[in-house]
Design a protein around this ligand. Sequence first.
Ligand SMILES: [Zn+2]
Length: 431
Amino acid sequence: MGKLQVLHIGLDDTDSKDGMCTTYVGAVVVDRLIDIGAKIIDYPHLIRLNPNWILKTRGNCAIAIKVEAKDELIPSIKKMVLKTVEQLAELDHETTNPGVVFLKGENIPEELGAFSRKVIQDIVTIDEAEELAKRIGAEFFKFKIGRGIIGALAAIGEELEQDFTYELIAYRLPSNRGKERKIDRESVFKMNELTYPDTFDNIDLNTGEIRITPHTPCPILYGIRAESSWIAEKAHGMVKAFEPIERWVIYKANQATDEHIKSSKISEVKPYRSFVVEGEVCDKPRIIVGGHVIFTIKDDGDKIDCAAYEPTRKFREVIMKLAIGDIVKVYGGIKPKPNLPLTINLEKIEVVKLSPIFKKLNPICPLCRRRMKSAGKEKGFVCKNCKQKLPRETVIIGEMPRSITVGIYEVPPRARRHLAKPLVRLSPRIW
Ligand SMILES: [Zn+2]
């Protein structure tokens, strides 16, 4: 009888824009692991990586699975995982470069945890990943150039000990992939009504759009995001599908946690990363071609543009209400565009303090109580009715009501990144 071993399995970069999904490869691996007698510890992990990096895959997610198995089973587990990736990955695509990592032992080295944070918030090279794997004794397999070993390592290293969510993903039969998804809309609305906010991002209430079904030719029929695995399973039982479900899996994920966002000063923000920056609005919001809304904030002498793009719809109306002097915290990613200044692509905004807006008003006539008129430039006021005159200094400075309140505002679900934490998750919840 062999000794029991813990083995971490990491996978990444198996999909392309035309199909497949690394979560599906993970789901198949999970089922095959169970078939060969390995015990899965905890839920498999779905880890979203830096969403701003140009070399990302479609959803930029990697998978980690932790198993316990007898010593003698380990070689066949590794063989099965590699075979599954070879069989399912979109290897014909130039940009699909899978990577698989195996790490033995219960404990995750500290260095690997730090590496994961870097992959989620920053940029890492294949060489860096390879060197780290060698240092910590992780075994890695590269398909083609093997960029996937970066995400595969990062997924193993993110233990989800802080904030996390769950996603139950149901997959379609291969024969249905690429065809229209057949789901009973009513059942999704009903599920949302009964389980929200313990499930979230099911529906975009502004547009009535069902958000649990993707719009790509990938194998996913739907994915339900939830605060707990049992709520996800319950919600899954409420959704009616008019096509067979090939298999489903529950992932524990860093989705909807804001893990990609780093607190920063304007002078420290860099392209291809995401930040939260506090600053003062120093340029009025303006609408540009394409329906995007842009404004500028400043902190200690530095300035940066912030944008609410057209797909954020009503969120732009909130942004238009900002005024010079308002203090805001902006959350978002930066993708450089040729010939344009660095711009934070807003995911959320916290209005911390509103600056008062004043308006000059003509005084009321002290004799007949009518609003007086200007007597000419710098000449004070005159009453058209009784000819009473008042000097310039009697002008009334009135504070205007603001049409926005202090608080946090977010883009609608349709424009939200997988990693962005929705407001509904910010409020404390009671179980
Ligand atoms: Zn008068």
